[in-house]
Design a protein around this ligand. Structure first.
Ligand SMILES: [Ca+2]
Ligand SMILES: [Ca+2]
Ligand SMILES: [Ca+2]
Length: 359
């Protein structure tokens, strides 16, 4: 729940800032992202899974910045885009220090679309968190709260899927968003059209931007882009420059965890912590039981010895047995003796007390 509230907050921030920008005059050229028609399937695992997976489209480099107009500080981003008739697939690669990796970091795309009635009537955002949580949200008429599609009335659906990793030098956000979910809270991208024109023309004229939310500074890097959605008849692209070997994706090559992703290391540490906790508990339990055993045997021997030594002197024997009985009760109260051992000792004392009374 905390995660979702935080997500709403940053999307609120994002939509407010960019909603304002959307009604200002166009001040910067937008980078054109050209989607390719999909030839190879995508495995949404936050990495380049095979040599062919993303070879059917070419990449585009952009600088994400802050402010309006977009300025420094900048973060470089390499973006691959492709689509089939149902989904828009996106892969983002961003240089990012391991020390700055934050589970709250997120990346994605969003679009204002029309008609433009000052402000835009609809806003749709798809942001994938480093945790892997896909956030498909919506806001109407730039008023009210950003809200998850699934929480809208009537409820929409989550039409964003994906996974993110960090390979020791770069973030990789790999996702797909429905071209036209039809749930009423998402963009509708038609094949062959270009979006993000920022000319206020219906549907295609709104702001389209790529954004990277930096959770550690509670701020975002972003850039306006245009997106051309491919058709099945577009010229096929073949780019063999990206391979799994280039990326060693999702793997942190540092130290004893070489070959592990940060996510795997976090999970491993979590599991190890749990195991260490269990082992510690078992050890503590064993120590307690061992101590109980020692105390029990010591007192039992003491009781027998008292009876053996003083049974001919009933008064002395009774006094010593009462002393031990009080000691047993104290040990039981302090949980040095468990209930079973306490009963055994008390019964033994009572047995000897009755014996000397009957003698
Ligand atoms: Ca993949
Ligand atoms: Ca949706
Ligand atoms: Ca949505």
């Amino acid at each position: 729940m905390k995660l979702r509230k935080r997500c709403i907050l940053y999307l609120l921030f994002l939509s407010i800032i960019l909603g304002t920008i959307s009604v200002t005059t166009k001040g910067q050229e937008e980078t054109l992202l050209t989607s390719s028609w999909i030839r190879y399937p995508v495995t949404l695992d936050g990495k380049v899974t095979s040599s062919t997976e993303w070879s059917d489209t070419s990449s585009t480099d952009i600088e994400l910045g802050m402010g309006d107009p977009v300025g420094p500080p900048f973060v470089s981003a390499r973006i691959w885009v492709k689509n089939d008739g149902e989904w828009l697939y996106l892969l983002f690669k961003v240089p990012w220090l391991t020390s700055d990796v934050d589970v709250e970091d997120a990346m994605g795309v969003s679009l204002f679309w029309g008609p433009f009635v000052n402000p835009w009537l609809h806003f749709d955002a798809g942001m994938l968190e480093f945790t892997g949580y896909p956030s498909d949200t919506y806001r109407y008429n730039c008023t009210g709260d950003m809200i998850y599609d699934i929480d809208c009335t009537p409820p929409g659906q989550n039409d964003l899927e994906g996974f993110a990793t960090h390979d020791g030098t770069h973030y990789w956000f790999e996702m797909r968003k429905a071209l036209a979910s039809g749930d009423g809270y998402d963009w509708t991208l038609e094949l062959g059209r270009t979006y993000g024109l920022r000319d206020r023309s219906p549907d295609t004229g709104g702001d389209l931007h790529v954004a990277l939310w930096d959770g550690s500074i509670n701020d975002q890097y972003y850039r306006y882009v245009r997106l051309k959605v491919a058709t099945s008849s577009d010229v096929q692209v073949e780019d063999t420059s990206i391979t799994p070997q280039d990326t060693d994706t999702g793997r942190d090559p540092v130290g004893i965890f070489s070959g592990w992703s940060l996510r795997e290391v976090v999970y491993l540490i979590s599991i190890m912590g749990t195991l260490i906790g269990i082992v510690s508990w078992v050890n503590r339990t064993r120590k307690v039981r061992r101590k109980q055993e020692i105390v029990f045997n010591r007192i039992l021997s003491e009781i027998d010895e008292i009876y053996t030594r003083y049974r001919i002197n009933s008064r002395k024997c009774e006094t010593e047995l009462i002393k031990v009985k009080n000691n047993v009760m104290d040990e039981f109260k302090q949980e040095v003796l468990d209930e079973d051992k306490f009963k055994i000792l008390i019964e033994r004392i009572e047995q000897y007390l009755n014996a000397i009374k009957e003698a």
